[in-house]
Design a protein around this ligand. Structure first.
Ligand SMILES: *Cc1c(COP(=O)(O)O)cnc(C)c1O
Length: 367
């Protein structure tokens, strides 16, 4: 049996007719830049995320950058985030000229360790950027409390958590603004690079919409030093179709995760994800921790099973940040987990037999 890590063709096959029709509609109108499907998606995605405004942009990285630019965060400012996120989170901070300040992850939730936040705050801190990693909501109440007491913005990196809920409310609706990647492999993914910002701040949404389009409100009149960072119409057309399926797909991911957790519970070597009672996760990834990880990966590969490590090197040890002054030992949980974590195959269309094959193969390895 083959169990790919991710099966995007299976998803395409399930929406082939709907999505082809929408793409053809764009081709026929040839309204490729900021066509009507873009505004339609922005509105629908904002409503889905329990926000009043959405702005479509070129990628998740661009979404974070444009939020920071919109908040006028730049050189001399610091933004706090987690050491174990994908590098786009900190690259966006670095790209606007601000300084990323890292905090270790919580050993149970893998999200930013809220109890270590205050020690990272300095007079230069402007924002805290929680990442709802793997589709697990960060613990927002204590985060909001720290932010309020220190007059800091919260910018959510919700790139792995479209539709996840924290205490019954969608992630992405808690901070001043939130960034969502719409990279093809994300829970909601375009057919190329794309991203979207959700916010309840009308003025910020307007600023970002202008910044993403050459700093222009009226064509060829430029009020800001903007960028070309628009969501393509063709992607928006695809996303309008996919958004209708997102809740169903997320529910399928939760069912798959529940089955993995149940079948893996008798295997003492495997640490499965915890679900705090505040969380309704969406399992962008199903991440376990195991001993002898590299050997297990090899064993699974030989049985047709795809696995990936998210992520093998914490940010403070990445070569790109060699000059930033961090060293091994700074964030011990992130470092230890980077050597133990393994993402098992997870996608809405995964079959029960495929999950059984994965778990059976893991049990065989540890037997
Ligand atoms: C995917 C991702 C991004 C970046 O998104 P792109 O669309 O690839 O630019 C940012 N943050 C996190 C946590 C991500 O997983």
């Amino acid at each position: 049996m083959q169990v790919p890590f991710l099966d995007l063709p299976a998803q395409f096959n399930s929406i082939r007719d709907e999505v082809t029709l929408e793409i053809m509609g764009v081709l026929e109108k040839s309204n490729f830049i900021l066509g009507e499907p873009v505004a339609k998606f922005e509105k629908a995605f904002a409503a889905y995320s329990e926000c009043s405004h959405g702005v479509g942009v070129a990628s998740g990285l661009e979404a974070i950058k444009l939020i920071l630019r919109g908040l006028e965060i730049g050189p001399g400012d610091e933004v706090i985030t987690a050491a174990n996120t994908f590098i786009a989170t900190t690259l966006a901070i670095s790209a606007v000229g601000a300084t990323p300040v890292l905090v270790d992850c919580d050993p149970v939730t893998y999200n930013i360790a809220v109890n270590q936040l205050e020690a990272a705050i300095t007079p230069r801190t402007r924002a805290i950027m929680p990442v709802h990693l793997y589709g697990q909501p960060a613990d927002m109440d204590p985060l909001l409390d720290v932010a309020r007491r220190h007059h800091l913005h919260i910018v959510e990196d919700a790139s792995q958590a479209h539709g996840a809920k924290y205490r019954g409310r969608r992630v992405g609706s808690f901070g001043i603004a939130s960034a969502f990647s719409l990279y093809p492999g994300k829970n909601l993914g375009a057919y190329g690079d794309a991203g979207v910002i959700a916010t309840n701040d009308a003025a910020l949404a307007e600023t970002i919409a202008v910044l993403r389009n050459y700093g222009s409100r009226v064509k060829y009149y430029h009020s800001m030093l903007g960028e070309n960072s628009r969501l393509d119409t063709i992607h928006a057309a695809v996303l309008n179709v996919k958004l209708r399926h997102l809740d169903g797909w997320n529910a399928a991911r939760r069912r798959a995760a529940a089955l993995y957790t149940k079948l893996l519970s008798p295997v003492p070597q495997v640490a499965t994800p915890a679900t705090p009672d505040f969380a309704e996760p969406v399992y962008h990834l199903y991440v376990v921790r195991v001993p002898q990880r590299e050997k297990l990966m090899e064993h699974l590969r030989a049985r047709g099973i795809g696995t990936i490590i998210h992520y093998p090197v914490p940010l403070h040890l990445q070569e790109a940040y060699a000059g930033a002054g961090w060293k091994r030992g700074d964030f011990p949980i992130s470092e230890r987990y980077a050597d133990e974590i393994l993402s098992l195959p997870m996608f809405p269309e995964i079959k029960e037999e495929q999950i059984q094959w994965v778990v059976g193969s893991i049990r065989e390895f540890f037997a």
